[in-house]
Write a protein that binds this ligand. Structure first.
Ligand SMILES: [Zn+2]
Length: 443
């Protein structure tokens, strides 16, 4: 494999304010790092050249919150709201997952993301019934080649205790794979805590203390249907802080969003699951951005929603405009200006996501010195070969099948429209085996 790659002649959308767009731009990648961005860059003798004429080159997309283990059960619960989802999935099919199934689901789930141009993921792993399940989840992420966070969830739903403590196994995972909270290859560790919505106040205080003792960032679900006052509770218990990522948030009060902004927390916006699963109403997009809260997107529940961030960008913008219109119509007025653009959505799906995960120094923009996490979208198809801003075209019509080539740390993980590597065919086989097992398993 060539150590230097030159991607030439594409429309570069760097999402770096200092660099902007280069309508006919080149990127030089060396040893997995972006080393140069410009026009008419010269290849060396051994440089591998990727012709990107007619393509849009964007930073690798970032999904900050996804239950990656659900990779083998796509489309399992498309008609369910949050109320049906718990018994069907969390205390239903999740319990049928052996460690081998968790491995197969997570590996396939991570490949689904890479196929859609997502190079960094926040894996909210909450089907970990045992230490073996936890190891299997992490192994699936590692095998896929994706960058991101393993957020240790729990407790395992198989427990007899309706409200058990967070697994102490998180300490073993940290010490074994992430000693001193270091990175393990492209992966890091965080804690997927239940938060005040899903456990008692006492247990929540202990969960937070445990995560902070381990020095791991925290992610929780808040502000969705039926889960009121979570952020207020955290404030009352003195637990707010910049180490907390809040997912959903659409039902939070203005004061609670102010509390997140004031304490430096981050928000993950989840348009598909918010609306398809009736987790509240309008996604938190505009209300979070108005406050300057660091925000990114999450696909979240892939057994009920899709697997790509183009859909999230599209839905978020449509919902935000609908929300603004709804408020204006209630005043018998009309909205004359549209504040947010498809480019704002792309920023949330790239740099915003990197900031949410604390990885903006290494990914999220096409900037020399950062990791070569790059997504190349073929814009020559009838539905994308447009007249207006190509980023608008991307936001209006792109999907995973338009993602032609994906690099993570300069390594090709998708090329010419197909995932790369011998592990891909094996992963598909394992995923189908898991599906067969789940169809027939009692438990
Ligand atoms: Zn979630």
């Amino acid at each position: 494999m060539s150590e230097e790659i030159l991607i030439t002649d594409g429309h570069l959308v760097t999402v770096d304010d200092a660099l902007g767009d280069l309508p006919r731009g080149d990127i030089r990648v060396r040893d997995g790092i972006i080393v140069e961005i410009g026009t008419d860059l010269r290849p060396g003798a051994a440089t591998e050249i990727v012709n990107a004429r007619g393509r849009l080159i964007i930073p690798g997309l970032i999904d900050t919150h996804r239950h990656v283990w659900q990779g083998a059960i796509a489309g399992f619960t498309p008609q369910m709201t949050g109320y049906g989802y718990g018994p069907a999935v969390l205390t239903g099919i999740a319990l049928k997952h052996t460690p081998a199934d968790i491995y197969a689901g997570t590996l396939w789930g991570a490949l689904q993301a890479l196929d859609a141009g997502i190079t960094t993921i926040g894996d909210w792993a909450h089907a970990l019934q045992s230490a073996e399940h936890a190891d299997a989840d992490l192994r699936g992420l590692q095998q896929s080649g994706i960058r991101g966070f393993f957020f240790y969830g729990g407790p395992g739903p198989a427990s007899d205790d309706p409200n058990p403590p967070h697994p102490v196994d998180a300490r073993r995972m940290r010490d074994e794979y992430f000693p001193g909270n270091s990175a393990n290859g492209r992966l890091r560790m965080g804690m997927a805590l239940r938060g005040p919505c899903f456990t008692t106040a006492e247990r929540n205080v202990k969960d937070f203390a445990f995560a902070r003792e381990l020095g791991l960032p925290i992610s929780i679900h808040v502000g969705m249907a039926g889960t009121a006052d979570a952020v207020t509770t955290l404030q009352q218990d003195g637990l707010l802080g910049p180490d907390i990522n809040y997912t959903h948030c659409n039902q939070l009060t203005e004061n609670e969003l102010d509390l997140i902004a004031g304490s430096g927390g981050t928000v993950t916006i989840t348009p598909s699951t918010d609306m398809l699963m009736q987790f509240g109403t309008y996604p938190a997009t505009g209300r979070a951005l108005d406050r300057g809260i660091v925000s990114g997107f999450g696909v979240d529940t892939i057994c009920s929603a899709g697997t790509d961030l183009f859909s999230e960008m599209r839905l978020a913008l449509a919902a935000e405009r609908s929300r603004a219109n709804n408020e204006a119509l209630a005043r018998n007025e009309q909205v004359h200006e549209v504040a947010l653009h498809q480019r704002d959505m792309l920023r949330l799906a790239t740099l915003g996501g990197a900031q949410v995960l604390g990885l903006a120094d290494e990914t999220g923009t096409l900037t020399p010195g950062k990791q070569a996490d790059i997504t190349i979208v073929d814009m020559r198809s009838p539905h994308l070969d447009g007249f207006g801003d190509p980023v608008a075209m991307l936001g209006l019509g792109a999907g995973p099948a338009d993602v032609e080539t994906v690099l993570v740390a300069g390594e090709f993980v998708k090329r010419d429209g197909a995932l790369v590597g011998a592990h891909v065919a094996k992963a598909r086989e394992l995923m189908h085996e898991t599906q067969e097992r789940l169809r027939t398993a009692d438990r």
